[in-house]
Design a protein around this ligand. Structure first.
Ligand code: ADP
Length: 248
């Protein structure tokens, strides 16, 4: 019993330390990514451009790991706000879109502009979408005509409506046996430097803490679609939606 207590105290201390380090690394990494992105715009062609892309790709992977570690250990601060889905998606594409495009992946948008806004933590929802995009990118690597679609639509029922943000790729798909495991923390099929297995478990936690869901639909060798369902706020959402609609 005592040994068990010591062990769990050690794990807690370790978790706190990991979260502390992740927190400290997050700001400089965000600054590095921002600057590399600016440089990439100026130096698209030639060797320096390619080197910058590699730096950006590694930085983005590190950011995903750090963000997920922070959320996993629940050391992250967040604020709730009302968000229009199209601006949220544009922001995420600003971060990952160029990266996918230079890997030869075409990105298609299927955004329904009439959907109401959602309320939640912008950072966390962006984190889910970044996780889904980077997974989609890994899944289509080496495929001919790789494509990732991001879209929005209504989901749920009349008395429990949701908006759905989906990320659909035409990549390798997920083996049936794995579907029940992919949301478990530390489950990964990727080589060690490429995956930590925290992305989907953290993303599911974020979806649920927003009163939503994270669903998957996949066929091996054909496609994978992840859908992030977020509840529509009955009163507040409706009002905000009116405001948003009139300012468009
Ligand atoms: P990681 O990306 O670090 O492996 P995740 O939790 O994000 O961790 O994903 C867990 C596993 O789920 C991946 O290793 C992969 O096997 C599978 N997976 C996730 N997204 C996709 C996808 N779009 N297509 C195919 N497999 C996927």
């Amino acid at each position: 019993m005592e040994a068990q207590l010591i062990q769990s105290a050690k794990m807690a201390a370790l978790g706190e330390m990991a979260a502390g380090i992740a927190h400290e690394l997050n700001s400089p990494l965000t600054a590095i990514l921002g600057n590399v992105q600016l440089l990439m715009r100026d130096m698209k062609d030639g060797r320096p451009g390619k080197m910058l892309e590699d730096i950006y790709q590694c930085g983005l992977r590190s950011k995903k790991i750090i963000q997920n570690l922070l959320t996993f250990s629940r050391q992250e601060e967040y604020q709730l706000e009302t968000m229009h889905l199209s601006s949220l998606i544009e922001d995420v594409l600003g971060l990952v879109g160029y990266q996918l495009a230079v890997s030869g992946i075409s990105i298609r948008k299927e955004i329904d502009p009439t959907l109401p806004p959602v309320r939640g933590s912008r950072n966390q929802i962006e984190q889910v979408l970044i996780n889904l995009f980077l997974n989609a990118r890994d899944a289509v690597q080496g495929k001919s005509n790789p494509e990732v679609i991001i879209g929005t639509c209504l989901a749920g029922s009349e008395d429990r409506p949701f908006v759905s943000i989906y990320v659909l790729d035409n990549g390798v798909g997920i083996e049936e046996d794995y579907v029940s495991q992919i949301f478990n923390p530390f489950f990964t099929t990727k080589e060690s430097m490429k995956g930590t297995g925290l992305g989907l478990s953290v993303s599911l936690g974020i979806a649920e803490s927003h009163g939503g869901k994270l669903l998957v639909d996949s066929r091996v060798g054909e496609y994978t679609r992840f859908s992030l369902l977020l509840p529509i706020q009955e009163n507040e959402g409706g009002e905000e939606y009116e405001k948003g609609a009139s300012s468009r």
